[in-house]
Ligand binder design. Sequence first.
Ligand SMILES: NC(=O)c1ccc[n+]([C@@H]2O[C@H](COP(=O)([O-])OP(=O)(O)OC[C@H]3O[C@@H](n4cnc5c(N)ncnc54)[C@H](OP(=O)(O)O)[C@@H]3O)[C@@H](O)[C@H]2O)c1
Length: 290
Amino acid sequence: MPNYLITGGEGQLGKCFAAVAEEFPKNKLIFTNQNEVDITHLETLKKCFDSRPFDGIINCAGYTQVDFAEEEYEKANKINVEGLRNISVFAEEKELCIVNFSSDYVFDGTSMSPYKENDKPNPINKYGYSKYNGELLLKKSSCQHTTFRISWLFSPFGENFVKTILKLSKLKKTIQVVNDQHGRPTYGIDLARTVLSNISKPDFYNFNFYNYAMQGTTTWFDFASKILAIKKNTCQIKSCSTAEYPTLAKRPKHSVLDTKRIENHLSLNIPSWEDSLKRCLKRIDNNEKI
Ligand SMILES: NC(=O)c1ccc[n+]([C@@H]2O[C@H](COP(=O)([O-])OP(=O)(O)OC[C@H]3O[C@@H](n4cnc5c(N)ncnc54)[C@H](OP(=O)(O)O)[C@@H]3O)[C@@H](O)[C@H]2O)c1
């Protein structure tokens, strides 16, 4: 049975893997938090491997604070690039495979057509640069590896847009949400299932990049409106432009990922974001504490 180390096991995506782990009894997942495996310290990977050997690394660890990265670029690169370098060096030495995650924010969002895996990245914020630098590094690795580019990650866990809207709608009578950024939300639970159902297939590593996101393009405003509609929440929602809602980091306007490669290569039927959102809200309802 292959063993996979999950780094960043207590982050949003790490918890999505934990939530579906028992559906995949043929893979043993070793979950670690930053205290056990700090990817910026190679020796912590070695120590973990010595006590619990693994065949591959699913890297859910990362620096993910898009706005803070504008002022903490060094820290972002330390985790998203140097950390990944340690994973890659270690994987090469032990002949392990790597699954990594990157972001639609490697693109500038000026293209009106969906981004394919081979389109040239051109990040417009520091977080995007750190993710792109990480991609470039891993691309050179001699170990088997693939990077999933994902966008607008949501789930019942951690901090994400769905949970923020649920929280704000309980606190405020009116909320304002930007209506001029377009993208495809990614449901972490569906993503984790996709990775675990395919990770042991020989063809999985034929590509070094896969885009993955739910079917259908939306805006943050339409996404928020749908959350409120499903919850039958009467909180007022108003749309605004990006210019009216300034943030430290620039956001791409149209970072829509084209997912045909993964759909064709792994014969996937990716659900719509509305379908995934309903399932996510159901999970949240069933366990208010998560
Ligand atoms: N969230 C999104 O919308 C989105 C969109 C596109 C791509 N992605 C990518 O998807 C991946 C997972 O994102 P996420 O939303 O799950 O992020 P997250 O919730 O912020 O989780 C990241 C985890 O990494 C851990 N971590 C930070 N530095 C570490 C280190 N040096 N060693 C080990 N662990 C470390 C964090 O621990 P602490 O909490 O203790 O710091 C946290 O548990 C990331 O690669 C991210 O760039 C996310």
